[in-house]
Ligand binder design. Sequence first.
Ligand code: HEC
Length: 153
Amino acid sequence: MKRGCLVLTLAVSGLMMIGAEGTIAAGSLAGAPLVSEGISLELGHRDYMNYCAACHGAEAKGDGTLGEFLTLAVPDLTKLSKLNAGKFPEERVMEVIDGRVDVKVHGMRDMPVWGDWFNREAASSNTDKVARELIVNDRIASLINYLKSIQTK
Ligand code: HEC
């Protein structure tokens, strides 16, 4: 493993630890069954600040502090609609964030696979496969709603 890559891996896993603790503090106690919180802008914003802001920036302008350790440029997430002829590219964004299907197709990727990460988080409480999938989908849908709400004209 290249040195830069290792630094990034450590930084990201540190970030995830903070994110995980933040989630516990905000609601579910360790060991208690985690249920879906539904789809909301609030959840989207919270997950964004916990899991995305380090790379994409607090204002989603692509200026997070981890960006300099990455090989690929971190995109500005407020311009997704603008760069797509004014239409929010919902399906693509969903696939990129989830990542479970897309990784093999697109090859190189600097972005963590959030579908796997949210699924592991949900699995740490007593949830079955269906409940976990619901939690993962709702968190991704909430993130998408949040991203939609911050698009520049
Ligand atoms: C480790 C840094 C990092 C983190 C953390 C991160 N991203 Fe990314 N993201 C990237 C990079 C780099 C790209 C550019 C393409 C790639 O590497 O796959 C990207 C690409 C994207 C894209 C595609 C943009 C486009 O132009 O199509 C979306 C959407 C996105 N990220 C959303 C998120 C969300 C939502 C989160 C939090 C759940 C997140 N990212 C967390 C680094 C990161």
